[in-house]
Unconditional design. Structure first.
Length: 467
């Protein structure tokens, strides 16, 4: 009779014996799946799994999972109005969030995200949350319990972690990432709680066996570099973490996964930052993976007879909350492409946009909206060359426009044939733009994309929107 008293809307259920009119929110059990709750007096039941996909013809690129955006249920957790990608508890001592992220093919997936512990500094920027904030110190012993597809880890704040991020890696199988986070803290203010950021999810292999390789082979030649300082990624080398020079030491060699569609053809590794390996001739996609860096994705990683110089693979260090990064790369010619970014003026200092380029490498200096030209590359050759890299602080209201041209170019021919691409990294998504496919060329300039700072959205340029 008590069960009959409980009548709830869809998305909730009535536990056996419950007389509560409110019922219980439909849960996610990371070990077994997501539950469906039709409402009324019905109990919960496991939702049917997504249709099984064993192979896709296009290699899935790495994707970002924003925990809040894909939540099914949350309590005591809210997105920040400024740092929307951050998942942390509200002004409370406990919080929880759970959800499901569907994947495009049945396979083995690498899930990587950051556990961030703010440090305390009275000199922190207004509204800053990392690496420092200006309210009070984070308590020792605060925890975030993470359960992904039934595997649980607990991450705990320590004095040594204050002002630092810890990199979390999981491997999951199937076509769903099911997650549950539980937050506990001895302090109330939201800004002094540890937090997690969105996960990058990268395919490592599907369930198929590698295809029969071609009898003809070619040599793949490539170099792995840090996109921010241009240094080779070889074990023991000190390099930039994206913000501070020589603050990281490379501990493992980058690995390279070579795919046909979603099927893994070969796994190999760079050594001393270099890779030269004989591979079967064919049309492939490549994914480079290194701890503490975003995965590097190359859609067309074609191997022909002879030596195939694929140039530098620029690996981008994981971003701090609210930050974004642009990486421009191209082939052997022209020897030098340059990056240009129009940055809107600060609301506190109205005026014309600031133009970021090789003669002005910083805009909005000394604020959380600071933009830096980290790496200005030149002298590409048959083996390629370094990228050009820009790192943003917070995106502010207004319009950002990114374009590129050949240094001292005479016409657009070299730019058109350069094979140039621009990778846009953020905590919410990653996007790649290709010359000849995205944006448009006008004279010597390739207008690539613009950012609407009011909506935080990125759009390819066309003549009506750029410059």
């Amino acid at each position: 009779n008590d069960q009959m008293l409980c009548a709830v809307p869809e998305g909730f259920y009535c536990p056996a014996g419950s007389g509560s009119a409110g019922g219980v929110a439909c849960p996610v059990d990371p070990s077994v799946g997501m539950f469906c709750c039709p409402g009324g007096a019905a109990d919960k039941e496991l939702c049917p799994p997504p249709p099984e996909v064993l192979f896709v013809a296009e290699t899935p690129p790495p994707v970002m999972c924003d925990w809040w955006e894909h939540r099914v249920h949350a309590e005591g957790v809210q997105p920040s109005p400024i740092f929307k990608s951050v998942t942390r508890q509200s002004d409370s001592q406990t919080g929880a969030i759970e959800g499901v992220f569907n994947l495009p093919v049945k396979g083995v997936w690498l899930v990587r995200f950051g556990f961030f512990v703010p440090g305390y500094s009275q000199q922190a920027y207004l509204n800053a949350i990392f690496p420092t904030e200006s309210v009070e110190s984070v308590a020792e012993g605060d925890t975030i319990e993470v359960n992904l597809n039934g595997r649980t880890e607990i991450h705990t704040t320590t004095p040594q972690l204050q002002g630092h991020k810890e990199f979390v890696e999981y491997t999951v199988e199937g076509m769903q990432l099911r997650y549950a986070f539980k937050f506990t803290s001895s302090k109330i203010p939201r800004v002094v709680h540890p937090f997690v950021t969105p996960a990058e999810i990268t395919l490592e292999r599907d369930s198929a066996l590698p295809p029969t390789p071609s009898s003809e082979t070619g040599t793949l030649d490539a170099t792995a570099v840090n996109a921010v300082d241009g240094k080779k990624l070889n074990i023991g080398r000190k390099l930039s973490n994206g913000y501070v020079e020589n603050s990281w030491t490379i501990e493992t060699n980058p690995k390279l996964l070579i795919f046909q569609g979603s099927t893994l053809v070969r796994e190999t590794s760079f050594s001393g930052g270099r890779l030269s390996e004989d591979l079967p001739v064919g049309d492939f996609s490549c994914i480079g993976i290194l701890h503490r860096f975003y995965a590097f994705f190359m859609r067309r990683c074609t191997i022909g007879p002879g030596t195939n110089y694929l140039g530098n693979f620029p690996f981008s260090p994981v971003l701090n909350p609210g930050n974004t990064r642009i990486v421009l790369e191209w082939g052997a010619t022209p020897s030098d492409l340059d990056s240009y970014l129009s940055v809107p003026a600060l609301p506190s200092n109205p005026g014309p946009p600031c133009q970021l380029w090789y003669r002005n490498k910083k805009c909005n200096a000394g604020t959380i909206m600071e933009v830096n030209l980290d790496l200005d590359a030149l002298s590409h050759s048959t083996r390629g060359g370094l990228p050009e890299t820009i790192t943003f602080g917070l995106i502010q209201p207004g319009k950002y426009v990114f374009w590129s041209n050949e240094y001292r170019g005479r016409n657009a021919a070299a730019l058109v044939n350069s094979g140039a691409s621009v990778a846009f990294y953020s905590e919410e998504f990653q996007q790649r733009f290709m010359v000849g496919r995205d944006g448009y060329i006008n004279g010597l300039n390739w207008y690539v994309f613009y950012i609407d700072g009011d909506t935080k959205t990125v759009h390819p340029c066309d003549p009506s929107t750029c410059p």
